[in-house]
Write a protein that binds this ligand. Structure first.
Ligand code: 5AD
Ligand code: SF4
Length: 465
């Protein structure tokens, strides 16, 4: 059910934001607090910064503590079952909280709630949830909160209008050193295991003018690291009226004056061109690190996954990147136990892992996602067996990571100091996204520092030079 049947006048985002900011202090007798609970990937973290910005503009203060909040929203992830279970557990906690806190509202948004089946489940089994939104409805929050607070029934809006990118929304950034910058939304790839294209819609790129302006504003505000986000940044530009691709966008952002770094994720191997590799090498601000998910080393499995490359193409791409980008490092995502995968297939994955020598891996056991093609494929291997393969992969990678890190000892790197650790040491990442710990004054936080790598224990340790 959609409850936005405002037939008389259509009010804008600004109208509802200002109407809400007028009634909130009257309802609560003070400035109310909002808590945004985020699950899942960096895209969600970035979306949550916008949600916080919108709530702030509407008159809420932001809190991390949902027990003290008057409005709690769960920005959810649907990529694996485990994430979904966690979300439902957390929503369940709201029942008792809501009884104690008069006027408290609970909302759910993001990839989980974009699915009709989940929206219905919340409608039927979680009556204390007031508002359910999909992945592209954050700008509707002031309207729906206003309506709910002024007597409307529970509101469910997961309508699938993905066409428009709404620019100019307020944003409340979580940090002031490293920031997210979405360059595109959605995904067109339909990997057969993945729910993302079903809940985030088709690929839409932001125009480069908006992106470059946002990047300039971030640099002017003191950000030293900007991470460009998209499900597949390598296909940036598709469908735009301007003639631009991801390499072109990187060049434009690299040309912005200032001492800062550009990171990006995620890259799809099928769209990673030599032009892009050369651009990464030529742009001094762009990280020399590629997060290049290959998912499986078995050509048969890759085909069933609809990944549109085979292991040879992937390995050639890695060779090309190593040749063209000095000091490049690689990370990857891997799925273990895709339906129909055999131990022989899994050994192919191990083969690729050993050949590439990744810096680190993000490994997942396949999780069945209803509505995806893989969900109906025969999946005879037991979870226990998949677990064994998974552990074998972790052990193999541990050895490789150690070797990789040890080979860096003696090198000097420019790191962005982004953490003061509990033990008082500082920590920062190289342009190739490798973390180094070193001694230094806390005032170095937020600065670029040259560090010589002295040793590798379970971490890389170095000295400021
Ligand atoms: N099961 C397990 N892992 C998955 N991923 C995406 N969908 C699934 C799934 N159904 C992993 C992929 C992707 C990463 C973000 O999550 O490896 O690259
Ligand atoms: Fe999912 Fe594949 Fe799109 Fe990545 S590229 S979001 S794995 S469908």
């Amino acid at each position: 059910m959609q409850n936005n049947n405002c037939k008389d006048i259509v009010l804008s985002f600004e109208d509802y934001t200002s109407k809400l900011s007028v009634i909130l202090p009257k309802i609560y007798g003070r400035k109310p607090l909002a808590c945004v609970n985020t699950f899942g990937c960096q895209q969600n973290v970035s979306d949550s910064e916008k949600i916080k910005g919108i709530l702030e503009a509407a008159g809420y203060g932001i809190t991390e503590d949902d027990e003290n909040a008057d409005f709690v929203i769960f920005n959810t992830c649907a990529v694996r079952e485990h994430a979904e279970d966690r979300v439902f557990g957390n929503i369940g906690r709201m029942k008792a909280l809501k009884k104690q806190r008069q006027g408290m509202l609970v909302a759910v948004c993001g990839c989980m709630s974009q699915q009709q089946i989940i929206s219905d489940k919340i409608k039927n089994s979680y009556p204390y949830v007031d508002i359910v939104l999909g992945t592209r409805h954050s700008h509707k929050l002031p309207e729906y909160i206003y309506k709910r607070l002024t007597g409307a029934a529970r509101i469910f809006d997961i309508s699938e209008d993905f066409s428009e990118i709404i620019e100019g929304m307020p944003i409340h950034r979580d940090g002031s050193l490293k920031g997210w910058l979405p360059i595109m939304y959605g995904c067109d790839n339909f990997c057969t295991y993945c729910i993302v294209p079903h809940v985030r819609g088709r690929e839409r790129s932001r125009c480069s003018f908006e992106i470059v302006n946002e990047a300039k504003a971030m640099v002017a505000a003191g950000f030293k690291e900007i991470t460009l986000l998209g499900q597949n940044v390598n296909s940036y530009g598709k469908g735009l009226s301007e003639d631009i691709n991801f390499a072109g966008l990187l060049k434009k952002i690299n040309d912005i004056e200032g001492d800062f770094r550009i990171r990006f994720m995620t890259s799809h191997p099928k769209d990673c061109t030599t032009e892009l590799l050369d651009t990464i090498a030529a742009c001094e601000k762009v990280e020399t690190h590629l997060h290049l998910p290959f998912q499986s080393g078995s050509d048969r499995v890759l085909k069933t996954m609809n990944r549109k490359y085979d292991s040879t193409t992937y390995l050639n791409l890695i060779k090309e990147a190593k040749k063209r980008i000095p000091g490049v490092s690689f990370t990857s995502d891997i799925i273990v136990g895709f339906p129909g995968e055999t131990y022989e297939d899994f050994k192919e994955t191990l083969r690729v892992v050993k050949e590439v020598e990744f810096q680190a891996l993000f490994t997942f056991i396949y999780s069945k996602r209803n509505g995806t093609p893989a969900a109906v494929m025969p999946d005879p291997v037991s979870r226990a067996e998949k677990g064994k393969w998974f552990n074998e992969l972790l052990l193999a990678q541990e050895e490789i990571s150690k070797r990789n890190y040890a080979s860096l000892v003696g090198q000097v790197h420019r790191v962005l100091c982004d953490e003061v650790k509990e033990n008082g040491k500082l920590s920062g990442k190289t342009l190739s996204a490798v973390e180094i710990e070193f001694e230094g004054e806390p005032s170095l936080f937020g600065q670029f520092v040259n560090v010589k790598i002295d040793r590798f224990t379970n971490i890389l340790e170095g000295t400021k030079i």
